[in-house]
Design a protein around this ligand. Sequence first.
Ligand SMILES: NC(=O)c1ccc[n+]([C@@H]2O[C@H](COP(=O)([O-])OP(=O)(O)OC[C@H]3O[C@@H](n4cnc5c(N)ncnc54)[C@H](OP(=O)(O)O)[C@@H]3O)[C@@H](O)[C@H]2O)c1
Length: 162
Amino acid sequence: MIVSMVVAHGPRGEIGLDNKLLWHLSEDLKNFKKITTGKMIVMGRKTFESIGKPLPNRANVVITRDQNFRPDGVIVINDPMMAFDLALEAESDLEDSDFEMMVIGGGEIFNFFMPYTQRIYLSEVQYQGPADTFFPPIDNKEWEIVKSEDFGDFTFKILERV
Ligand SMILES: NC(=O)c1ccc[n+]([C@@H]2O[C@H](COP(=O)([O-])OP(=O)(O)OC[C@H]3O[C@@H](n4cnc5c(N)ncnc54)[C@H](OP(=O)(O)O)[C@@H]3O)[C@@H](O)[C@H]2O)c1
C-alpha cells in the first residue's frame, strides 16, 4: 500500500481561500477524476464541506474531531491514523498490493500525511492572488519528478519520494 497526494497549488504553495479553491481549471478537474476514480480518497471535514457531496465512484473518507458528524455516503473517522486501517482492509479485500490511498486535502490533512507520502500528483498552477491555505513545502532533495506535462494554465507533475 502506498500513500499518495493529489494537489493543485500555486507558486507559493497556495491551495485555498475562504474554504474554496482558487481557480477553476476543467483540464485539472478531469485529471483529478481520472487519477482518483475507483480509489479511496481521504480528506478533511472542511474540504468535504467545500466540495459539498461525496465524489462518485470513490470511497470517500472524511476526517473530523466531531463525533456526531455523519453525512450520507462517506466514511467518517475521528483519527487520521484510522485511514491506514481502512486502506489496509481495502488492500486485503481487493487483493491489490499496489493499493493507493489518495489524500486529497486540504492544508491540515496534507500536513498530517506528508511524512507518510510516497507519491504526489501535483498540478502547479500559474496564480497571482490571495490565499489562506497552503500545501506543505516540498524539499526538492527528497523528491524526484517522474513525469511532467504542460497544460498551459498549469503543469502536471508526478513526484516520487527518493
Ligand atoms: N488546491 C487543492 O488541491 C486543494 C485540495 C483540497 C482542499 N483545498 C482547499 O483547502 C482548504 C481547506 O483546507 P483546511 O486546511 O482549511 O481544512 P481541511 O484540511 O480540509 O480540514 C480540516 C479539518 O479536518 C479535521 N482534522 C484535521 N486534523 C485532524 C485530526 N488530527 N483529528 C481529527 N480531525 C482532524 C478537522 O475537522 P473538524 O473541525 O470537523 O474537527 C479540521 O477542521 C479549502 O480552501 C479547500 O478549497 C485545496
